[in-house]
Design a binder for this molecule. Structure first.
Ligand code: CA
Length: 677
């Protein structure tokens, strides 16, 4: 069983290195290279003029034998001269053979990731970068996250983005974009008015599934090649590694300039190709979890990284710090976070806290395959173990998601389609999964990501249509709009971190494609004209965001609002009533949702009834931070609709006495009907 011995716990065999200078250290006078390769018999440093052999002027500039330090397991070499924009590889000889590879710690690479590149990082900073600051919420739960794929954001003609920037990082830098021949805002211009606080970018590190030369394939990019390098197909020049770095920073700065934070979707749980990965080529068998010589597969992608081993954990920590410091990234969303162990995630939290405690962290509390995770079930970051994690590491609340809309891809019904079975999961979710009474896998709402749709599975709109047996994706039938609105109230009117798939707010469709990871642009692109077609729905989301921003207890990161709040469920409607100690805000708010086919009298915690009455700020048609009318406790809530009310006394103190001179509600109704027609 020689193989088994070879793939035993390498932390017991190898010396580890905790220095912060792995990779290259550049100065204009010389560059030092360091690679941790304790099992290597020989390591050569190879320098190249270009990032690939087929570029003009491609030549080998030199080969240097690196020196081994047995105490640290590190091979090193120093080359004199200015190596800025020089490409390099390591040729590593181990008992598994001799392989040429890019650097595990690459900061830049040439086209299609074949060679690493030395880059003077300071030279990649766009103008004004020194004044660029993180955009961080005071509390995790202040974040309202909009999940977008770089290419989807602007690849459609409807984006109004210039042709050369469509689908690229630089699309985010274009200001005042509109749907062509209209005044309707798109892209960042649109996001400014929507009110979300953060964008979450689907993978933007270097991934392997899109050929950077042709750029024709589409992929979400959950197939990492170089974790510390931006993806080349999103840059205007994938050949010169420094270009994508600069353009990535320009994207971050453009979003920061508009007050929007940037969250990266990070996929440290596996790599694109086991065999060609720099990890496997540098220290065979070390960086991945293995059993009897076989790569384990809890990622569902052929390998799972060994976050429980010193040097991968170290890599992950260094990598995240690097993105936060070098690129000013404001938060991280961890793909298949249950592949990672609790100690690693808590250590990452502690390390990011040294930069800023407000940097966001949350992830998927599941694996793709629990049976092949290689660590104890007690050690992995799933919901059952949430309480062992920092309160500032969040998890997607799939129980609530399921409760709201039913199964992700099937035609089952959830709460918004009138089901009563799932009310319990919805209630627990409204409380940020932090209520002792209703279920609390989370310590506090700051650990709960409240959502109903993400890039995986059917879009919310497609799911609503499927569960109603409708295949007209462009329908404006009021039944579907009303179900979508209920979902929006449940996400934005609940405790936890608010999260939505880009375009959820304007009935984004992928035409029923439930797994569009490699589907063409025609399926995945944001069609910005839907923001006009479904303007009523979009404005409803916008209004709910305003309400959320106006009433801080609904964004409470602690269990105070949970303990102070009241849920009433009568089999037909749910209400969540939350009080507020902040004297500069409304004193009380009640979110009431009738999911049934019948009108019903609003029910909410009566002891909170205000002597001065209540104002309605959201109803079936509209939502916002301004009173629509005085609340009438005897007026029915229409079928499948929500009502959000705030106490009148504090409303008048803060917003003034509303006059209702115009019959706002009737006008609203007529407009809504016109749009639906
Ligand atoms: Ca790539």
């Amino acid at each position: 069983m020689a193989t088994t011995a070879f793939y035993s716990n390498k932390d017991e065999i190898y010396n580890t290195y905790l220095g912060s200078d792995l990779g290259f250290t550049y100065t204009p006078e010389s560059t030092t290279f360091k690679v941790w390769a304790p099992s290597a018999e020989q390591v050569l440093l190879k320098l190249y003029s270009t990032g690939s052999f087929y570029e003009e002027g491609a030549q080998v500039l030199g080969i240097k034998q690196m020196l081994f330090d047995a105490v640290t397991g590190v091979w090193s070499a120093t080359i004199d001269g200015d190596l800025n924009k020089i490409y390099y590889t390591y040729v590593i000889k181990t008992e598994k053979g001799t392989h040429e590879t890019q650097d595990v710690y690459s900061k830049a690479v040439g086209v299609n990731s074949q060679r690493s590149e030395v880059v003077d990082m300071a030279s990649t900073n766009p103008e004004g970068w020194e004044n660029d600051r993180h955009v961080l919420p005071d509390r995790q739960t202040d974040a309202i996250v909009w999940e977008i794929h770089v290419r989807d954001f602007s690849s459609s003609d409807t984006s109004g983005v210039s042709r050369e920037h469509r689908g690229k990082f630089l699309a985010f830098t274009e200001k005042n974009t509109v749907i062509p021949y209209t005044n309707f805002p798109t892209c960042v211009n649109y996001l400014k008015q929507l009110g979300i606080t953060h964008v979450q970018l689907n993978p933007v590190f270097d991934f392997g599934s899109v050929n950077e030369i042709t750029g024709v394939e589409y992929n979400w990019g959950y197939d990492p090649v170089n974790y510390n390098v931006p993806e080349g197909s999103y840059s205007t020049d994938p050949y010169h590694g420094e270009v994508r770095i600069r353009e990535f920073k320009e994207m971050v700065k453009a979003l920061h300039d508009e007050g929007i934070g940037v969250i990266m979707d990070v996929v440290y749980n596996h790599v694109y190709s086991t065999e060609y990965s720099p990890f496997e080529r540098t220290v065979p068998g070390y960086y991945f979890r293995m059993q009897n010589g076989k790569f384990l597969n809890s990622s569902g992608c052929g390998n799972v990284t060994a976050t429980d081993k010193v040097m991968f954990r170290r890599f992950m920590v260094d990598s995240l710090r690097y993105w936060a410091e070098e690129y000013h990234i404001d938060g991280f969303r961890f793909d298949l976070m249950a592949c990672h162990d609790i100690d690693t995630m808590n250590e990452i939290r502690a390390e990011l806290d040294k930069i800023d405690k407000r940097i966001l962290m949350y992830g998927e509390p599941w694996t793709a395959n629990d049976g092949e995770n290689g660590i104890s079930g007690e050690d992995c970051c799933n919901k059952a173990n949430a309480k062992k994690l920092s309160t500032r590491i969040g998890m997607f609340n799939d129980d609530m998601r399921h409760g709201i809309k039913g199964g992700s891809d099937d035609d089952s019904k959830g709460f918004i389609q009138g089901s009563t079975h799932s009310a319990y999961n919805v209630i627990a979710g409204m409380m940020g999964a932090s209520s002792v009474t209703f279920g609390n896998w989370a310590n506090e709402p700051s650990q709960c990501v409240t959502y109903v749709s993400a890039h995986d599975n059917l879009t919310l709109w497609d799911k609503i249509l499927k569960s109603n047996w409708c295949d007209d994706f462009d329908t404006t039938d009021s039944l579907y709009i009303s179900q979508n609105k209920l979902a929006s109230v449940l996400v934005l009117g609940s405790l936890g971190i608010s999260f939505m798939l880009a375009g959820e707010e304007f009935a984004r469709t992928k035409h029923g494609d439930h797994n569009s990871y490699k589907s063409p642009d025609s399926v995945n692109s944001i069609n910005w004209t839907r923001a006009v077609r479904y303007k009523e729905l979009m404005e409803y989301y916008k209004g709910l965001i305003k309400i959320r921003k106006s009433f801080s207890p609904i964004r409470d990161n602690t269990t105070k609002a949970v303990n102070d709040g009241y849920i009433v469920y009568n089999g037909q409607s749910i209400s969540l009533t939350v009080k507020n100690d902040n004297e500069n805000e409304w004193r009380m708010m009640s979110v009431i949702i009738n999911n049934s086919d019948h009108a019903c009298v609003p029910q909410f915690k009566s002891q909170y009834d205000m002597p001065s009455g209540w104002y309605v700020i959201a109803d079936a048609e509209t939502a916002g931070d301004k009173a629509i009318r005085k609340f009438d406790p005897f007026a029915n809530i229409p079928p499948r609709s929500a009502l959000i009310i705030v106490d009148a006394e504090s409303y008048e103190k803060i917003n003034g006495v509303p006059t209702f001179e115009e019959p706002v509600r009737e006008i609203g109704l007529n407009i809504a009907k016109d749009i639906i027609r």
